[in-house]
Design a protein around this ligand. Structure first.
Ligand SMILES: *[C@@H]1O[C@H](CO)[C@@H](O)[C@H](O)[C@H]1NC(C)=O
Ligand SMILES: *[C@@H]1O[C@H](CO)[C@@H](O)[C@H](O)[C@H]1NC(C)=O
Ligand SMILES: *[C@@H]1O[C@H](CO)[C@@H](O)[C@H](O)[C@H]1NC(C)=O
Ligand SMILES: *[C@@H]1O[C@H](CO)[C@@H](O)[C@H](O)[C@H]1NC(C)=O
Length: 516
């Protein structure tokens, strides 16, 4: 008996040895909506017995796992506050500048994080042998970590990849069928939109190469002591996980890009209890509740006074209760039906049956939550993919879009009335909500399965898109085009010469006849 037990113990020990890998995660971007997605993943990796170290602005502080170490980078939230203008230059929407500003912000965030001793130690003094490196794929400089960690790397994004990420993986894009997800376009583009999208796809790439790509080379060298560029490093990624929820544009993707969705969504049993006061407000709102939040990055207290007044005027003329996620303790001229709080448990609020409308900046996680709980929307986009997401709402008739720059109390009020009173929005989003719940397998399972697969097969390099093996000139077929063009010119010249000679021959032949 004793023998059997010890065999069993040895067996278990061996199992856990082979099954537990050393995993390093670096999740750069200080945004709650990004980090709640990653938290799920690293907790699951720890639950499976892996030895997990993560760098994150949002540590879970979970004491459940001895094999989980979280390095707290929450100080980088201050960078976002200090440079709020980079994501909220509301009057100047420019779809190329948007991306460049976002990159600037990421650079500032990384510079702040580099002052953390643990980050310094990781970069300059890493002695650990990791089996897998997981990075937030939002800022390409971070790919440089692969050079110091020397482990297979996987990336993850919490939004649908825009043009640059597709280019990194050389996954096919088409300016009309799949316009850049940072453009205010979705399906059924008008001719002008098609024209703009084609122009944008060139302008965007050229701008990024010159204004982002080249400076990044210097940074990569400076921080990670590597002469590789971001494209070379990205091409070494084993897998990139991208968030592509139900309304994402269906598109061809490469085997290295694995889609997931709804990772942070809560099932009925996972919802927490609402705080008492809030529950009371929601329960007693006879005419229904409007939930208004611009997410964790855009601070609605920093909206102009004009806009705040238009919002408050519209709300005051409506019979509904309004919950406004507002980042200050007070707001001037607040009507009695409006409640403000710096934080609401968003999923728990959206799950409440009295909530009739969600006014949102349409970040992808908020859109996912609205669909999950079947709450119709008003989209008020500001930056990045929010314009694109707002178009999804309009296209699928699950709500309407309101332009932040031009809306007035009157127009907002009629939009609100339309979405709440016309039952078709609720019906449509409920149907999509049902659809979104059907999946072949749980997406958390899928992600973790792929991560363990990459560990087992030392990076699974055979998944790599064959296009990534080609030098750029071959991928763009420059040599072939050059050959064809030069040949065509040569052939054209030879033909012309030949024609000239022939015509001279014909011209001269009658003379010959005469002489004869
Ligand atoms: C590198 O790590 C060792 C041991 O952990 C430590 O003694 C040393 O000071 C570190 N060096 C730097 C430059 O951080
Ligand atoms: C988009 O175009 C398709 C195909 O032409 C058409 O069937 C569909 O009704 C259009 N949808 C909208 C919302 O215009
Ligand atoms: C940078 O990398 C080169 C080549 O790998 C190496 O010789 C050099 O010592 C490194 N410099 C630093 C500061 O680590
Ligand atoms: C809240 O608003 C007041 C008045 O507008 C302002 O003075 C104060 O700085 C704000 N507080 C915060 C935390 O933003």
């Amino acid at each position: 008996m004793l023998c059997k037990i010890s065999v069993f113990v040895v067996f278990i020990a061996a199992l856990s040895l082979t099954d537990s890998a050393k995993i390093l995660g670096y999740f750069l971007y200080p945004s709650y909506s990004h980090q709640i997605v990653y938290q799920k993943i690293w907790l699951e990796l720890a639950r499976r017995g892996h030895d997990v170290t993560v760098f994150t602005p949002n540590p879970t502080k979970s004491r459940e796992f001895q094999n989980l170490k979280e390095v707290d980078l929450s100080d980088s939230y201050k960078v976002l506050e200090e440079h709020h203008e980079l994501i909220s230059d509301y009057d100047d929407v420019d779809y190329v500048e948007d991306t460049i500003r976002l990159t600037k912000l990421c650079k500032l965030v990384l510079e702040q994080q580099l002052t953390h001793p643990d980050v310094q130690n990781l970069i300059h003094n890493n002695t650990e042998q990791y089996d897998l490196l997981v990075v937030e794929f939002v800022y390409p400089i971070i790919f440089g970590l692969k050079e110091v960690v020397k482990a297979p790397m996987v990336g993850i994004l919490t939004f649908e990849p825009s043009l640059s990420w597709h280019d990194y993986m050389r996954s096919p894009t088409h300016p009309i069928a799949t316009p850049n997800s940072f453009l205010p376009m979705y399906k059924n583009l008008t001719f002008l939109e098609r024209l703009y999208s084609v122009y944008h796809s060139v302008h965007y790439r050229v701008s990024l190469v010159f204004r982002v790509g080249f400076p990044m080379r210097g940074l990569l060298y400076q921080i990670f002591n590597t002469t590789k560029n971001t494209f070379e490093l990205a091409a070494e990624t084993s897998i990139v996980f991208v968030n592509t929820p139900i309304l994402g544009l269906p598109r061809p993707t490469v085997p290295q890009m694995i889609t997931y969705s709804g990772l942070h969504l809560k099932g009925p049993n996972e919802l927490s209890q609402l705080p008492k006061d809030l529950k009371n407000i929601l329960d007693t709102a006879e005419n229904g509740v409007i939930y208004f939040s611009l997410g964790s990055n855009i601070k609605s207290d920093k909206l102009s006074d004009d806009k705040k007044n238009e919002l408050l005027t519209a709300f005051s003329q409506l019979p509904y209760t309004v919950l406004w996620k507002f980042e200050n303790d007070s707001i001037a001229n607040k009507p009695g039906n409006v409640y403000i709080s710096k934080w609401y448990p968003q999923q728990e609020v959206l799950a409440h049956p009295n909530v009739k409308l969600f006014i949102t900046q349409v970040g992808l996680q908020s859109l996912e939550e609205a669909i999950h709980f079947g709450v119709p929307l008003i989209g008020m986009p500001f930056y990045a993919d929010q314009h694109h997401n707002a178009r999804k709402i309009v296209y699928h008739k699950i709500g309407v879009e309101v332009d932040y720059k031009t809306f007035t109390a009157e127009s907002l009020k009629s939009s609100i009335e339309e979405v709440i009173r016309n039952p078709s929005y609720k019906e449509k989003i409920s149907k999509i909500s049902e659809l979104s719940r059907e999946k072949p397998m749980d997406d958390l399972e899928k992600i973790v399965w792929y991560m363990e697969y990459v560990i087992r097969h030392q990076g699974a390099p055979y998944l790599k898109n064959s296009a990534l093996d080609l030098p750029l000139y071959q991928y763009l077929m420059l040599d072939v085009y050059a050959f064809l063009i030069i040949s065509a010119i040569l052939i054209w010249r030879i033909m012309r010469k030949l024609l000239r000679v022939l015509s001279n021959v014909f011209k001269s032949s009658p003379n010959k006849d005469k002489r004869d």
